[in-house]
Ligand binder design. Structure first.
Ligand SMILES: [Zn+2]
Ligand SMILES: [Zn+2]
Ligand SMILES: [Zn+2]
Length: 258
């Protein structure tokens, strides 16, 4: 199946150069193939705190999305909800917000733009050529950049490709051929950084996905940092460890122990 798709991608790119009606046919053919391999993306988990009655919350959630669309795991202080698809995810988030629940979650995979590294095409290939052939295969390309060598600034057989957010994006890792060349698609090297929430100061999620009470980065009180009235000459207080530094101090024992 995977091999089929990649060879089709090469075929469709060469056909485009011949006649336009041909390329329309081969593109829709490719789309059909893509649909068959596309897996339903798993939605991010939702972690809810401060629930006293796990059983009735679970029953309410099942009422809303159906038993088959979520799994729920309770631990001592929190409830971890794993929706099985994006619709269930959205419905549960909606319910929790209405109920003013304390929870956090993560960005949905399909909402994320994707950057990939494309290897082994000739450096003389133009970004436009790459963009065009990928769009024929159903990807929405926002930009293609040729990578230059650090010192001599020579074009390398290496391109960064940025894709618009779309459920199809991960299929790009299944491509083996592009523009009649055997290629390699990789994830870019990522630096290990852990996000810190600017609303509650906890590590591991961001404020856009946080529904916990606000905690100030400077004084640890329950207010947004922007509304803090702590005078500059009084010591900071860390919302995570109670020491006298701001909660985003990288030397905080909570951060160094991550
Ligand atoms: Zn938070
Ligand atoms: Zn404050
Ligand atoms: Zn601290």
């Amino acid at each position: 199946m995977i091999n089929n798709i990649s060879s089709k991608a090469t075929i469709s790119s060469t056909r485009i150069q011949s006649t336009s009606s041909d390329s329309v046919l081969s593109t829709s053919d490719l789309h059909n193939k893509k649909k068959q391999v596309k897996k339903t993306p798993l939605s991010p988990p939702i972690i809810v705190c401060g629930i006293k009655d796990f059983v009735s919350v679970r029953a309410e959630l099942i009422d809303i999305v159906g038993n088959e669309n979520l799994s729920v795991k309770a631990s001592k202080n929190s409830l971890k909800i794993q929706p099985s698809n994006p619709n269930a995810y959205r419905a549960i988030i909606h319910f929790l917000k209405d109920a003013e629940a304390e929870f956090h979650t993560y960005q949905m995979k399909e909402d994320k733009a994707l950057r990939i590294v494309l290897r082994n095409l000739y450096p003389t290939t133009t970004p436009i050529e790459i963009k065009t052939v990928l769009e024929v295969s159903g990807f929405s390309v926002s930009s293609v950049t040729n990578v230059l060598s650090k010192i001599a600034k020579i074009k390398l057989p290496l391109f960064f490709v940025d894709l618009e957010p779309a459920g199809i994006n991960n299929n790009i890792f299944e491509l083996n051929y592009l523009l009649n060349r055997k290629i390699k698609i990789e994830e870019p090297y990522k630096q290990r950084t852990i996000v810190q929430c600017q609303n509650c100061q906890e590590y591991g999620h961001s404020k856009a996905y946080c529904s916990y009470p606000s905690r100030c980065v400077r004084c640890a009180s329950q207010h947004l940092t922007s509304t803090c009235t702590k005078p500059r000459d009084t010591p900071a207080k860390c919302a995570l460890c109670n020491d006298d530094h701001p909660a985003n101090y990288r030397g905080c024992q909570i951060h160094t122990n991550l």
